[in-house]
Ligand binder design. Structure first.
Ligand code: BG6
Length: 487
């Protein structure tokens, strides 16, 4: 099935931090793929800006190299590559000084395209200055969009400050706070699955659901980001944003319409319904050396670090739909496999008419796999085929998107590509609203403060394993078990 591509309006996109890692890995190769797909119009302009003293040609060369490295297949499309490179311009701008702003204003006002967006691929400490200079110099208009990345704050107070700073110069409907998990194909499919099928809604509640497991397991460690990560940990780096968003989309009520504020209102209600978490319901872990794999402390270059690289927790949502249903969240680095999924485990039938058939609890579950191999699997209990009595067995009704939609190239856009096109279209549905981010921090802050107060030390786990024993115990004590971390 070939995705139907609707081209976006011609746009001017200014990327601050255009020489940085995110721009090279994700933003620029992503835009190139959208051009190949026919979604980005060739008369769009991408204006890179950073401190490097490059000109257009030098920038084009850098971008061409980045595409070669991060999008090697598409790189071979020379005709399209040349078309894309022509859309690129570069201006060195000093975001804290006056240099470059006049030139940027002149460039952007000349042959201006209908949509104007600014991507701040820079540290949050620069948001305020850039936003201010963009409006003061008349570069940003009242319809322009500003895109910012995580980390959006370190706690509620800093997130609130960032919101205030951005809102001094931009209105909420112009601000696009990226959480790239919302751009993942299956995350949106979760909404389609829930709200475009009548089948699931009647069982999507405490009456029928035993518990929910949300796992984001990574094999990578902290990859040279020790300075940032050691100050954040899994709670700030993953739970406050990515896992929280997955939890919201799984648990939220049906919005009135699939529109930005309707969806975000419902997500906010979920966050506000979260109970504080009991200390016994959280397990923090930190990977230790195992074989060739080094320890977290080595990677972070901090022998005394108490930062968690793993977290597992049991969360309760106190509302009409979910009271009594535990949501288990788990994420960690240097685990056995890269695997992200949401698993909804349904209750057992109220009475078994097959007394001799051994069947474990939770035979019915719906698993929504985010990565790798995106897809949805419904686990059902059936009769084991063959003679000799009636035995039961569990079978997966599997719908891997790649298999189910086989036959023609499936153009699944990467999360960044999708989100970038949404910015240009002016669709904020998959972006976090300021109040949502603050509500998430308001829930997370007391948890972190309690650890700090107690001088909590994370439980060690082997690099390449499934996380600390405490995480297994969190489930076992309630006669449940995690789905295995495997691909
Ligand atoms: C980022 C985190 O937001 O998400 C990283 O800062 C993490 O620590 C990454 O590795 C995971 O994203 P993905 O898309 O690879 O699951």
């Amino acid at each position: 099935m070939v995705a139907r591509i609707i081209p976006v309006d011609p746009f001017d996109l200014v990327i601050f931090g255009a020489s940085g890692d995110l721009a090279r890995r994700k933003i620029l190769p992503g835009l190139f793929r959208r051009l190949i797909a026919g979604q980005m119009p060739p008369n769009a302009r991408i204006i890179g800006s950073a401190r490097s003293k490059w000109d257009d040609d030098a920038f084009r060369k850098e971008v061409s190299n980045a595409i070669k490295e991060f999008s090697p297949k598409e790189y071979k499309n020379t005709e399209k590559l040349n078309e894309f490179l022509k859309t690129l311009h570069y201006l060195p701008v000093d975001v804290l000084g006056d240099t470059g702003w006049k030139e940027l204003a002149a460039l952007i006002k000349k042959d201006a395209n209908p949509v104007r967006a600014f991507y701040l691929s820079v540290g949050p400490s620069l948001f305020d200055d850039i936003a201010e200079r963009l409006t003061k110099s008349g570069i940003a208009t009242k319809d322009s969009r500003i895109v910012v990345e995580k980390p959006f704050g370190h706690d509620l107070e800093t997130a609130h400050q960032l919101n205030e700073q951005l809102r001094r110069n931009f209105k909420e409907h112009q601000i696009y706070r990226i959480d790239h998990y919302l751009g993942k194909e299956t995350v949106q499919n979760l909404m389609a699955l829930r709200f475009a099928n009548a089948l699931l809604e009647p069982v999507w509640n405490a009456q029928h659901v035993d518990h929910v497991q949300i796992s984001v397991s990574e094999t990578i460690g902290i990859e040279g980001r020790g300075g940032y990560y050691d100050n954040s940990g899994a709670m700030r780096d993953m739970v406050q944003n990515h896992l929280m968003q997955l939890l919201c989309l799984t648990a939220m009520e049906p919005p009135a319409r699939f529109e930005a504020n309707d969806v975000r209102d419902e997500k906010l209600k979920v966050i506000r319904s979260l109970d504080p978490v009991e200390p016994d319901d959280i397990v923090r872990g930190q990977y230790r050396a195992n074989g060739k794999a080094g320890s977290y402390k080595d990677d972070a270059e901090n022998p005394d670090s108490r930062t968690e690289s793993f977290i597992a927790m049991k969360v309760h949502i106190s509302n009409w739909r979910w009271t009594g249903v535990p949501f288990y969240l788990r994420t960690g680095k240097k685990l056995r496999a890269r695997m992200s999924e949401i698993a909804v485990i349904f209750k057992d039938p109220p009475h078994s008419i097959f007394p001799n058939a051994e069947i474990r609890h939770g035979g019915n579950s719906l698993v929504i796999r985010l990565q790798p191999d995106e897809g949805i699997t419904m686990h059902m209990i059936i009769k084991e085929p063959g003679q000799g009595g009636l035995r039961l067995t569990e079978v997966p009704l599997d719908m891997s998107f790649a298999d189910a939609l086989k036959g023609a190239p499936l153009d699944i856009a990467d999360a960044y590509e999708r989100l970038l096109m949404d910015v240009i279209r002016g669709d904020q549905t998959l972006f976090m609203r300021g109040d949502e981010v603050e509500a998430a921090w308001a829930w997370v802050d007391p948890i972190i403060e309690a650890w700090q107060h107690a001088g909590d030390t994370p439980e060690p786990y082997d690099a390449g394993g499934s996380g600390p024993d405490g995480s297994l115990a969190l489930m076992h004590r309630e006669d449940r078990r995690w789905r295995p971390i495997e691909v």
